[in-house]
Design a protein around this ligand. Structure first.
Ligand code: NDP
Length: 599
């Protein structure tokens, strides 16, 4: 080790090499194609286990001013901001039996959010709501979704348990005709679509999974009838069961402690370990919360967003594991009294701070997990933001239980599933129940993930228009699809705090609709010129982050290790999210709706 390495306590060159080896072990030719789409014989994995009573109703052929597809935070925020702007004629359309989106579906034991509740939960000031803890749990979030829907009267006229099957633009009436699984052909002058970025569960394409005869389900459709218990745990139905869980991402990290506590035997099949940092949760300090001044929520969200996007802020209000790296870099720079670093010097400092952080995470695994081999298997060797960082205080400890076995597949994944067992590393593990904690589709086509086709002007489908990559203006509008607003991350902002970005989009949509209402605008469509310019910008910015992701271990952040194959058009806005929000704000302030054809 060099002197510098001795000073640091680790050797950056050796770590860089180790990261490369670990990544290379996991690179596979089939990239996104390795996963099994949940359809046909696998369709039961996406059925709704939470619905209490199926809605039976006559098909609707009525008209509304705006239909919002998706009742998660995106749709709810759009509804809320539209109501605030005085838009009355709104219809929410949601597949689930209630609002909640991600939080409606993901009710697995231990479900909680790693982003601080005071910045994650939207509309806290508007609803005068105080989260119970620094990190909010699934049931509180789901209830907050319902609270928003009630507060803004979004249950009125809503179509729950309703899945859009296709949408057609009718030029004659200047309206969208929305087809659903209830036989509806409802009309809407405007449509906002917030389908969610992680809404379609995926299964691993492991040979033989279709032959498995034991009980199985995906974590986003948790089968409490089988396991017993609730999202708080206490899964009494598993006390005589051998359970296998495939996947060790953010979801598994939260449910594995409960499975370990309840099952007779638990096998955790790991391909890549997650980074598990301290959670440091605590109850909300009521005095502190009540002492916040008006505007505090926006200010806190912006402060967090600036820091997690690698920006500079004088203070770190949230002060958690997400902002720590940036905090450390700022500290390093303050110590060295050198604030004018070149981008390369800054990148070198960031890499060093990252190594330090991950060394800490690896040391934590070693300190908690008693068996040194298991501890070694649980150490992540990649940069912190190559995968979703996790924060949990019981996950690592679970591997000290005598009934819990980590099956480390050394980056290869499970080999095969038979009628009764999981085969990994050439060994057979018979299981009564198999839980797929294998995440959601990310890199597949937009229409496949949203589950419905759009037929725009002249009958052109969105699939066709986007066959060579997405084309939008500001991520909202796509030429040929008038009066249709896209919400989400595509060609739009990406931030760790997703509801923040959705709120900015909702504010923008409310502005557009207010303009439409006040100016009697019945049709708006992106100009070709504006769309081309936006797509150009997206492509240019996409190239900036390429090197970082190319060096990362495979995952959905880097197109499963095939970042070079990712169409730059299908990415998010690659600049800082705060810059994207400013672009929208400036555009609204200019007030002339530049880039849109209006009639
Ligand atoms: P992920 O996509 O993050 O994880 C999927 C897991 O399945 C990975 O560990 C993956 O391994 C593994 N896997 C896939 N195929 C195989 C295979 N053939 N054999 C073995 N393992 C396999 O999904 P999650 O549901 O965990 O999380 C999705 C996202 O949801 C998170 O990234 C986060 O954004 C969000 N989330 C946030 C939470 C929070 O706030 N705490 C909690 C839960 C989710 P590999 O890594 O090798 O690909």
């Amino acid at each position: 080790m060099s002197d510098a390495a001795l000073d640091l306590g680790f050797d950056p060159d050796a770590l860089r090499e180790k990261y490369r080896q670990e990544r290379d072990k996991r690179i596979r030719q089939d990239g996104n194609e390795q996963y099994q789409e949940v359809k046909g014989e696998f369709a039961h994995y996406v059925e709704d286990p939470y619905v209490e009573e199926e809605i039976v109703r006559e098909p609707l052929f009525d008209e509304v001013e705006i239909a919002i597809i998706g009742g998660g935070f995106g749709g709810l925020l759009a509804g809320a901001r539209l109501r605030e702007a005085g838009i009355k004629d709104i219809r929410m359309i949601e597949k689930g039996a209630d609002f909640g989106g991600t939080w409606y579906w993901n009710r697995y034991p231990g479900a909680a959010c790693d982003i601080e509740s005071y910045v994650y939960l939207p509309l806290l000031e508007e609803l005068d709501f105080m989260p119970e803890r620094k990190f909010t749990q699934g049931p509180e979030i789901l209830e907050h979704c319902r609270r928003i829907a009630r507060h803004y009267d979004l249950y009125d006229n809503a179509c729950l348990q309703t899945e859009v099957t296709e949408m057609h633009w009718d030029e004659a009436s200047g309206m969208w005709i929305i087809h659903t699984n209830h036989g509806d052909r409802m009309k809407a002058r405007f449509v906002a679509m917030s389908n969610g970025p992680l809404n379609r569960p995926k299964l691993p394409g492991i040979p033989g999974i279709e032959t498995y005869k034991g009980h199985s389900f995906h974590t986003s459709r948790w089968d409490y009838d089988y396991t017993g218990g609730s999202s708080k745990g206490n899964l009494t139905g598993l006390k005589d069961k051998v359970v296998g869980v495939i996947g060790t991402g953010a979801t598994a990290v939260q449910c594995v402690p409960h499975l370990g506590e309840a099952a007779k035997q638990l096998y955790v099949f790991q391909r890549t370990p997650s980074s598990i940092d301290v959670r440091n949760d605590q109850p909300t300090d009521v005095e502190w919360y009540k002492s916040q001044q008006p505007g505090w929520h926006k200010h806190r969200m912006e402060n967090f967003n600036t820091l997690v996007s690698g920006g500079f802020a004088e203070e770190d209000l949230v002060n958690d594991g997400w902002t720590e790296i940036v905090r450390n870099i700022l500290l390093l720079m303050r110590i060295e009294k050198n604030k004018n670093l070149t981008p390369e010097e800054l990148a070198a400092k960031a890499e060093l701070a990252d190594f330090q952080k991950m060394e800490q995470v690896r040391a934590r695994a070693e300190a908690i997990v008693k068996d040194p081999n298991v501890a070694e298997s649980l150490k992540p060797y990649y940069r912190q933001f190559c995968k979703r960082p996790c924060f949990h205080d019981d996950y690592l400890e679970t591997f000290n239980r005598p009934n819990v076995t980590l099956v480390d597949t050394q980056g290869k994944g499970v080999e095969r599933v038979t009628e009764t067992s999981v085969i990994a590393n050439g060994q057979e593990y018979p299981v009564d129940c198999l839980v797929f904690a294998t995440g959601f589709e990310v890199g597949t086509d937009y229409v496949r993930r949203s589950g419905y086709e759009l037929y725009g002007r002249d009958g052109v489908t969105l699939t066709d228009k986007w066959k060579d990559g997405a084309e939008t203006f500001q991520g909202f509008h796509s030429r040929g699809f008038p009066n249709c607003f896209f919400m989400g991350t595509l060609q739009s902002a990406f931030t760790a705090n997703f509801p923040h970005a959705l709120n900015e989009q909702a504010i923008h949509i409310a502005h557009l609709m207010k303009k439409a209402q006040d100016g009697n605008i019945r049709r708006m469509e992106a100009t070709q010129e504006a769309e081309d310019a936006w797509v150009d910008l997206i492509c240019k910015l996409a190239r900036m982050g390429e090197r970082f992701y190319a060096e990362c271990t495979p995952g959905y952040y880097n197109n499963e290790g095939q970042n070079e194959l990712r169409n730059p058009k299908n990415t998010s806005y690659g600049g800082k999210s705060e810059r994207f929000f400013k672009i929208l704000e400036d555009w609204r302030e200019e007030g002339d709706m530049k880039g849109l054809e209006i009639s």
